[in-house]
Ligand binder design. Sequence first.
Ligand code: G6P
Length: 499
Amino acid sequence: TSSQNATTANGKLIVVANRLPFVLRKNDQTGKWERKASAGGLVTAVAPVVIQGNGLWIGWPGVQLDDPNMPIPESDPSDCTPTAGLRSNQVVAVYVEPQIFDSYYNGCCNGTFWPLFHSMPDRAVFSSDTWKAYAAVNHEFADKTLNALKCLNKEDIEAGAPLVWLHDYHLMLAANTIRNEAESLDLKFKIGFFLHIPFPPWDIFRLFPWADEILQGMLGCDMVGFHIEDYCLNFVECCQRRLGCRVDRKSLLVEHGGRTVRIRPLPIGIPYDRFLQMAHEAPKLISTNQQIVLGVDRLDYTKGLVHRLRSFEALLEKHPEHIGKVTMLQISVPSRTDVKEYQELKEEMDQLVGRINGKFTTPNWSPIRYIYGCVSQMELAAFYRDSAVALVTPLRDGMNLVAKEYVACQINPSPGVLIVSPFAGAGEMMHEALICNPYEIDDAAEVIHRALTMPEDERVLRMNCLRRREKENDVNYWMRSFLKAMGTLITEDGEDVLP
Ligand code: G6P
């Protein structure tokens, strides 16, 4: 399969993302800075390509550094994560003044673009101050990228045009700056962008006062990738209606500044084999013979957590036969805790869990087990493997990897059932899951009931299909699809296996 071939880019890969593939932490005892690896799928797929091709990763180290010029520490010898081989000279830490960074990250990225792009405009705050900070930080990332391009030696460039890969809504302006400034310096390179969240319809996107600049920023690329075709079409329509670009909806092309920009759906996958292996190795952690209904999310208002708890409450009301026999396990990972909306959601969830538990708990059972905190990948694999139902019911979600991780871990002969929202990118493709509109609380309760009572043969049929699809379309396949869309894919055997 695609994942077995080593993937390399023709030309050096320069990844530019808000976050580096690890965070820096100061060791309290030694006072020295150390790397703490991140576990995400993006890092798993992309870091090896950067390492192999001697590329670069430009990003924010996750903390405020004491000294902007501080050298990046090498990885710990015991580190066996995918980023361990990333040498310190392959990492560029972007330093921004704390106040500007706060205005860019908490203000513009998480206070404006996050809600707006998830079609929740009422939650979005529009402010020219945070927008200025956003532009300044994008400029800083662009400068670092230009510097990296200037520092490449002749052999690097002769091996193939370097490839700059920008990630996500934090960096929507950088491509244009890089392209404009590189032109006067006569630097040759290719540049692509991937948006990890939805791209909203024109009628929502147009609310952003500086919408033109965002579109122009992204159109500085040769290719712009989104998870699904709907987001591609939204983007194409915005380019046409806002900038008056000539577009081709069928071939997904946008003409801009005398160039043609390719728009591509590139649905991301997970490191399937890694989850499969963890599911085999993970110890049994859930000590109950009850059916577990599992939810795993960053604590974020887009995830539909309040709706989810209400539908579980409705299930217990409408189908009391589940009382004492079914438990919901909700893991909420703290996220963006400096943003007011996230603090308020935390309060609301704490109260709601308390209220529902107070209503139904018996001396020997309570309906909801609620974890507000981080769990390890191994614990997660155990929870996925041993849960009867996974509830993935966001109100809006670019893709949602929890749905995919759950099916990868379903190794028991009597598998569980995935419930997924149609408003997640994952809901578009995982056809054999039960689809549930999270806004319809009573109907969602019925879907959970159906999942809990589904005959084994139907569960097996559905899960087999879901697993096969995720195995084939894993995160390595996504990485290769991106390189192919950029025209820079090389495989070990020289064979191109993508359609
Ligand atoms: C989403 C975004 C990522 C982001 C992640 C965690 O998945 O698409 O870019 O890194 O959320 O959010 P954080 O603000 O902690 O980076």
